[in-house]
Design a binder for this molecule. Structure first.
Ligand code: GDP
Ligand code: MG
Length: 179
């Protein structure tokens, strides 16, 4: 059975933990532990294939201070979910930096690019939006990655689809590497 390793990256408070918990449990709790790095395990099936999924959810407090938390999952992960908050422009600029960093560290030639999904979270707060959906989509196109706006607070379906798409891409890439 394949192992697929995903990492969530993004500024503190963008809702990385909320998005992950929504995917894993279909629930939104409201507050999430932010003082530890967490590694979640889940059996997941895509297109009839069983996978062991591991998802790294970094400690938020470190991520604004330094790159160290970024380096840790950078070489480990088979796919990345880069989260920004649509009502926080700074988090969008940081997402751009992270996408750039992934590109620099993870262009492994013939193995193909590592799959990434850019996620604009807190869509339920769109009345206070600081980043348009178009800007998100354009940034994703520049970095040749997937894109989805979501609300961890209100929606399960879109989050489920984005995880499934990313896992599928990561699994295909790993299969190509072992062929
Ligand atoms: P992290 O630091 O990136 O892991 O962010 P958290 O998952 O801890 O979320 C930070 C705060 O944003 C928490 O208070 C969450 O309840 C809130 N939050 C997360 N996702 C959403 C969302 O989709 N909509 C709204 N309104 N709040 C959210
Ligand atoms: Mg968190």
């Amino acid at each position: 059975m394949s192992n697929i390793k995903l990492a969530l990256l993004g500024s503190e408070g963008t809702g990385k933990s909320a998005v992950l918990v929504r995917f894993l449990t279909k629930r939104f709790i409201g507050e999430y532990a932010s003082n530890t790095n967490s590694l979640y395990h889940k059996r997941f099936s895509v297109d009839g294939r069983q996978l062991n999924l591991e998802v790294f959810d970094p400690c938020s407090q470190q991520s604004t201070e330094s790159q160290c938390v970024l380096e840790e999952p950078m070489n480990w992960a088979d796919g990345f979910i880069v989260v920004y908050n649509i009502i926080d422009r700074t988090s969008f600029l940081n997402a751009n930096n992270i996408l750039q960093h992934i590109k620099e560290v993870r262009t492994d030639g013939c193995k193909g690019e590592v799959p990434v999904c850019l996620v604009g979270n807190k869509q339920d707060l769109c009345h206070a939006r600081q980043v348009s959906e178009e800007e998100g989509r354009t940034l994703a196109q520049e970095h040749r990655c997937l894109f989805q706006e979501v609300s961890a607070a209100e929606d399960h379906q879109e989050i489920s689809v984005l995880f499934t798409d990313l896992i599928r891409s990561a699994a295909e890439r790993l299969r190509r590497r072992t062929d």
